[in-house]
Design a protein around this ligand. Structure first.
Ligand SMILES: CC(C)(COP(=O)(O)OP(=O)(O)OC[C@H]1O[C@@H](n2cnc3c(N)ncnc32)[C@H](O)[C@@H]1OP(=O)(O)O)[C@@H](O)C(=O)NCCC(=O)NCCS
Length: 202
């Protein structure tokens, strides 16, 4: 497999959202927000598009991998050290997000507040989302995105943090030297796993 890795700007958000919506269609965190499968599948693409545009793209850490044929295969959403979802930014996002969340707004806020309560304060790059299209799994696209960003972390001497939303993926991140630091549950009972990668040992 060969891939090109590109930095996303606002005009790429819909493309990245489509691959993330596909990747996260059965994700336990997303299922906590939308337990109903049909509603979840209908909402995810718009949800990721609005989230990317309002909260992530400006940080410069949204990257995506494309195949030789030019199709998007995977996307990674990294937030730089110190990034905060300010109240002003959240207010600007509401007109896009509320029609998508509708009756699930309080579930989404509950998930957000649980994640925030466990979010470390030490400086780090935060991997908010990583997903490969179901058609392109196992071809190294997610690994290429991880290697790309983690090289940047090592070069800049910055640690990295993520919340693994499914126990099935812990081993994936351990390959990249992330270690489990904590587990906690969402309101649905789904177990989340905090993982940290220190660059100090490199
Ligand atoms: C997890 C995910 C991103 C992996 O994407 P992918 O493009 O298939 O991964 P890659 O092809 O780059 O895999 C690289 C290596 O990791 C291994 N790997 C992939 N998924 C793995 C998993 N869940 N556990 C352990 N190893 C895994 C691959 O076998 C491969 O190993 P190799 O280098 O020895 O061949 C993808 O399965 C996905 O999008 N899942 C749904 C969304 C999700 O759960 N995201 C993570 C939220 S915590």
């Amino acid at each position: 497999m060969t891939s090109r890795i590109l930095s996303a700007n606002a005009s790429d958000s819909r493309l990245c959202a489509s691959v993330l919506a596909d990747a996260f269609s059965e994700d336990p965190l997303m299922a906590t927000i939308w337990p109903d499968r049909g509603r979840r599948h209908a909402a995810l693409s718009g949800y990721f598009d609005a989230s990317l545009r309002h909260f992530h793209v400006a940080g410069g850490g949204v990257r995506y991998a494309v195949t030789d044929a030019g199709d998007i295969a995977a996307a990674a959403v990294w937030d730089p050290p110190g990034s905060k979802q300010s109240i002003a930014r959240t207010l600007r996002a509401l007109p896009s997000l509320l029609p998508i969340l509708r009756g699930r707004t309080s579930a989404a806020l509950g998930v957000r507040s649980t994640l925030d309560a466990h979010h470390p304060t030490r400086p780090h790059w935060y991997l908010a989302n990583l997903g490969s299209s179901t058609a392109q799994r196992g071809h190294g696209f997610a690994a290429a995105l991880m290697t790309d960003q983690l090289a940047r972390c090592d070069r800049d001497g910055v640690d990295a943090y993520l919340v693994c939303t499914s126990p099935d993926n812990i081993a994936f991140y351990e390959q990249f030297d992330f270690v489990v630091t904590e587990t906690f549950a969402l309101a649905s009972g789904s177990e989340m796993t905090s993982m940290w990668r220190s660059c100090a040992a490199r």
